[in-house]
Design a protein around this ligand. Structure first.
Ligand code: ATP
Length: 271
């Protein structure tokens, strides 16, 4: 596997997702606290922070899975908070989601799992790979080839290793033809070697396709190697938002310092 990419310049300056003063609470727990953030087209943003700092909640707010408590989110021109169910369905067709646990249908073949990514473009449901249009089957095979799994097309997904399953999930996301990809700790359940391979693959194809990516990650070195921008969360507060170029590992590790809950707000906001 090649070394991480050289931080290619961001292709566009236009903002495709914008969060303004977003707060999300679950009962008494404040998962996001007045977070504002702009994501630019083709930008690769990595969210870092301790477990429970609000990273997954932020991703889920962006595609409307978590309604915000206050504040506003606009994605591809659509106001997510307050969007109708129909608007959300349309939005989600354009926003791919890569999950930690892959979310494949284990009893289906790899090819059919990838084809599922294209369902949003069809008007009637399909059962079995052969019921999809031939052009889509060819496309799905191409995506499997791209992630190095063309030979596994007919294999049941649940017979693959975790790393292979995540590669199928990446092919499924490509099949969806999204403009934005949200990835929630996509390699958290993989061993370090496979984590590196899968992350390199995900970032590489997203950069090649000029996709906008927001990814939560605990692997700081991978984030430093690939991301255009690093955003740090601590106790739901945005404590860092910087281009990845020029930032040191120590500065990134600062995000992971535990803080006294009595003073966390003040110290976090002052960063
Ligand atoms: N559905 C929920 N109900 C209640 N509390 C929740 C819910 N989802 C998240 N939280 C709380 O919100 C806070 C942020 O959680 P979140 O999962 O966003 O953190 P995270 O940074 O993604 O953590 P991890 O790295 O472990 O995935 C935590 O205190 C969590 O317990």
């Amino acid at each position: 596997m090649n070394a991480p990419g050289p931080h290619p310049p961001v292709a566009g300056d236009d903002i495709v997702a914008s969060l303004r003063g977003v707060t999300k609470t679950f009962g008494d727990a404040v998962a996001l606290d007045d977070v504002s953030l702009d994501i630019h087209r083709s930008e690769l943003v990595v969210l870092l922070g301790l477990s429970g700092s609000g990273k997954s909640t932020l991703l889920r707010c962006v595609n409307g899975l978590n309604p915000v408590t206050s504040g506003g989110i606009v994605v591809n021109g659509v106001r997510v908070d307050g969007a109708s169910a129909r608007q959300l369905r349309t939005l989600r067709r354009d926003v791919g989601f890569v999950f930690q646990h892959f979310n494949l249908v284990g009893r289906l073949s790899c090819l059919e799992n990838v084809l599922v990514g294209g369902l949003g473009r069809l008007t009637i449901p399909r059962y079995g790979a052969l019921t999809y249009p031939k052009a889509m089957r060819r496309q799905a095979l191409d995506h499997l080839d791209r992630v190095g799994l063309a030979d596994f097309a007919e294999r049941r997904a649940d017979t693959l290793s975790g790393g292979q399953q995540q590669r199928v999930a990446i092919a499924r996301t490509l099949m969806q033809q999204p403009s934005i990809v949200l990835a929630d700790e996509p390699v958290a359940s993989l061993d370090p070697e496979n984590a590196g391979i899968v992350m390199d693959l995900l970032f590489r194809v997203c950069i090649e396709e000029k996709l906008t990516v927001v990814c939560t990650l605990h692997q700081v070195d991978l984030a430093l190697g690939w991301a255009h921008r690093l955003v740090g969360l601590r106790n739901g507060v945005k404590v860092m938002d910087r281009p990845a170029v020029g930032i040191s590992r120590d500065e990134v590790m600062d995000i992971y310092q535990r803080v006294d809950p009595e003073t966390s707000d003040a110290s976090a906001r002052s960063l």
